[in-house]
Design a binder for this molecule. Structure first.
Ligand code: FES
Length: 102
């Protein structure tokens, strides 16, 4: 069954930017895009880089190490050198708190 984990206060997720949070023993990247919050794994699928250190452009997060890009909405790898999509997590906002389903 789905387990909703409290991640962070909604107002701590920056608009047009990314932060990393710990939730359920995992490191998750949270993105603020157009008033929505999206969640992915924070570790790039290509190498040892954290997406929270990357650059968010619209719905695309660019990895800081080799500039691979993922769509934060569905985790799709959009360009080389990425070959694997990244895990995404459902997000729910309740009482000003962001929950992620792990
Ligand atoms: Fe992210 Fe290489 S580690 S693109």
């Amino acid at each position: 069954s789905t387990q909703w984990i409290k991640a962070v206060a909604r107002d701590e997720v920056p608009e047009d930017d990314v932060i990393a949070v710990q939730a359920g023993g995992r490191e998750i990247a949270l993105y603020g895009v157009d008033g929505e919050v999206y969640a992915t794994a924070n570790l790039c699928t290509h190498g040892n880089a954290r997406l929270c250190d990357g650059f968010l452009m619209g719905h695309e997060i660019e990895c800081p190490l080799h500039q691979g890009r993922f769509d934060v909405r569905d985790g799709r790898a959009l360009c080389s050198p990425l070959r694997e999509n990244i895990a995404t997590y459902p997000v729910r906002i309740e009482d000003g708190v962001v929950f992620v389903a792990l």
